[in-house]
Design a protein around this ligand. Structure first.
Ligand code: C2E
Ligand code: MG
Ligand code: MG
Length: 601
């Protein structure tokens, strides 16, 4: 017996010593199948993802049709723990079907006679198992045989652990070192598998989430804090899900998870996502009470398996992107209509050059009113797309897309030139003018083109620079403080005033205002959402006004719709107001009339 044992071990050792791994392992498995008189010998391995074992090598008797190479078996958390505890004790041996429930994936209906499974540990970690299966022929494993099989398995494990095959399997299912979640490629593979085996009574829910304004957190609090937040997000995802969950970090702060849900859970699923998001935020507050953030999640349900994993993820992501920064909800479920919206956006993108050429883009002007005497003291230029049939397309419907594809530059330059020309012509005609502010898209930040273009316009339409003002949204400042500061300086060198638009709609930083030399703070209309302001609305607005005043910054409040709001703002020391209570944005002709009626010298 002793001799026999040595012979088998020697044979295997000499295989690996003399042959390439691929050849040696195949030879070895075949040899072991015959040597131990079993029907199947296979190697299953962990794949960098929790609760999974994948068949990577197999030698199967030719009379058995079933092949399981590359099949991955997903365990439940409980099953996995049971199995690992079992393995820690040593091998697992069974002669009947009754005890096999602990080894999921083993198609026990096929197992008639015997099953020996030996765990493989490499550099102290569990990396898989070697299985010896008898389907047809009776086999009673002797102690000596088990001992031998263990020795040989250990040897195989040593060679396998250092082989390219093992590394490749780990890389195939690579994990993100920061969060311990899968990477995107491996997630897609796992999801494809989940889709192909989707049970009829279940949906697969895909959730695509990001942390709103994460870049700002990184820049303000440092990358360490940012990393901790990502790790926490991953932990909360893992802690609050069941074993069907597959989770990955797509990139930076974008996470995508998929899980099986009962069909009846569809309606309440968004609430569940919100709950997990709330748990995340609450956990975050424990460690970083000063950080306020929110998550945006898009949800897509795979209801039938005729969809690829990537399209399913793209649909969930599309739903996420539909969420606007001011949306009170943090979760959006995909609807087919969103696809139609996308094709509308594509249509608008294609139509833009024509619209510019045919002057379908019109600049509207919304008066700015002095709180002191309710006179018009300025206006904001706002773009409208007037279609040939007279219908309007509002900026919210096209600006976000144009910001992404760069077309916003054409739109903005069009608006700027229109405004310069309009002011120039009014001056030429001896008509009074008020300063006009124009919105600046973040896309202008990457180079000096904006300033050069403005200089060009001043040459073409010589008007006093005090008539021109630029509005940069607070998000622009947040996203790129240095470039914002540079642009601000360049504007000031041309005597152009700069305001911070939509203040308070995102992650306003009062500190930042101290550091930037902005001239006007435009408080976002979100603060005036109540027709009659609440006590806390008032306190917030008053505080912002006080703070701005102490820094010698003028304050304008946007979205004034009622007398009550207007009265309050005057009393609170606000300088300027803009809103429907005074006037909606007006076409150039209507604005001319407005000026005629309301402008006081
Ligand atoms: P914004 O710069 O904050 O402009 C103010 C928005 O609030 C305008 O919407 C205006 O019509 C609306 N508004 C004014 N008063 C009231 C009010 O009393 N109540 C309510 N509910 N809304 C009021 P609009 O024109 O749809 O513009 C939306 C946003 O699109 C603007 O927000 C601005 O960020 C952007 N935008 C508009 N025109 C341009 C442009 O030419 N270039 C760029 N880059 N962005 C533009
Ligand atoms: Mg604006
Ligand atoms: Mg605004």
């Amino acid at each position: 017996m002793k001799n026999n044992k040595l012979q088998a071990l020697d044979f295997v050792a000499s295989c690996f010593a003399n042959e390439e791994f691929d050849l040696a392992i195949n030879k070895t498995l075949k040899f072991l199948r015959k040597y131990f008189k079993v029907d199947i010998v296979s190697v299953r391995t962990t794949i960098g993802r929790e609760y999974c074992l994948r068949f990577v090598l197999e030698s199967v008797k030719s009379t058995i049709p079933e092949r399981r190479i590359n099949e991955t078996i997903v365990y439940t958390k409980e099953q996995w723990n049971d199995v690992i505890n079992l393995y820690k004790k040593g091998n697992f041996l069974s002669y009947d079907n009754q005890n096999l429930d602990v080894i999921p994936g083993l198609k026990s209906k096929n197992l008639k006679k015997a099953f020996l499974q030996i765990p493989m540990f490499f550099r102290g970690s569990f990396i898989g198992t070697m299985d010896f299966v008898n389907v047809f022929d009776e086999k009673q494993w002797t102690e000596q045989e088990i001992y031998e099989a263990e020795k040989i398995s250990n040897l195989v494990c040593t060679y396998y652990g250092t082989s390219n095959l093992y590394n490749q399997n780990m890389n195939d299912y690579n994990i993100d070192p920061m969060t311990g979640l899968e990477n995107y490629e491996s997630f897609v593979k796992s999801l494809e598998q989940l889709i192909s085996g989707q049970p009829e009574d279940k949906y697969i829910a895909i959730v695509y989430s990001d942390i709103y304004h994460f870049k700002y957190i990184n820049e303000t609090y440092g990358y360490n804090v940012g990393n901790n937040i990502l790790k926490l997000a991953a932990k909360v995802i893992k802690d609050n899900s069941d074993e069907t969950l597959i989770a990955c970090r797509v990139h930076s702060d974008n996470f995508v998870v998929s899980m099986l849900i009962d069909k009846s859970q569809e309606k309440e699923f968004a609430e569940l996502v919100k709950l997990v998001s709330r748990i995340f935020i609450a956990r975050l507050q424990e460690s970083y009470p000063e950080i306020q953030l929110k998550t945006h999640s898009g949800v897509y349900f795979i209801k039938n398996p005729n969809i690829t994993a990537e399209i399913a993820v793209a649909n969930a992501n599309l739903a996420r992107k539909i969420l606007k920064k001011n949306d009170t909800s943090s979760v959006k479920v995909f609807e087919q209509k969103m696809m139609e919206d996308i094709s509308t956006q594509e249509h608008l993108t294609n139509e833009l050059p024509k619209a510019i050429k045919n002057r379908n883009l019109k600049v509207y002007y919304q008066p700015k009113i002095s709180c002191e005497n309710e006179e018009i003291v300025g206006a904001e230029a706002l773009i409208r797309w007037v279609c040939d049939d007279g219908t309007f397309i509002y900026p919210d419907q096209f600006i976000p897309t144009f910001e992404k594809n760069g077309n916003i530059l054409d739109v903005d330059y069009y608006v700027y030139e229109d405004v310069f020309k309009y002011l120039y012509e009014r001056i030429e005609n001896g008509l009074p003018c008020v300063p006009i502010s124009m919105n600046v898209s973040r896309v202008h930040f990457s180079d000096d083109k904006l300033i050069n273009y403005v200089k060009f316009l001043f040459d073409k339409y010589p008007i006093p620079s005090q008539l021109i003002e630029f509005e940069l949204t607070e998000n622009i400042y947040m996203a790129n403080f240095d470039n914002a500061a540079k642009l601000l300086e360049a504007c000031h060198s041309l005597d152009i005033l700069v305001s911070m638009d939509d203040f308070g709609s995102g992650y306003s930083s009062l500190n930042m205002i101290r550091e930037l030399t902005i001239d006007i703070l435009k408080i976002d209309k979100i603060f005036l959402k109540h027709e009659v302001l609440t006590k806390s609305d008032k306190i917030i607005i008053e505080t912002i006004i006080k703070m701005a005043k102490s820094l010698n910054i003028k304050v304008l409040c946007e979205g004034v719709e009622t007398l009550d709001q207007s009265n309050f703002l005057r009393e609170a020391g606000c300088d300027l107001m803009q809103g429907y209570y005074y006037s909606k944005p007006l076409s150039q002709e209507k604005f001319d009339e407005y000026m005629k009626k309301h402008f006081v010298k």
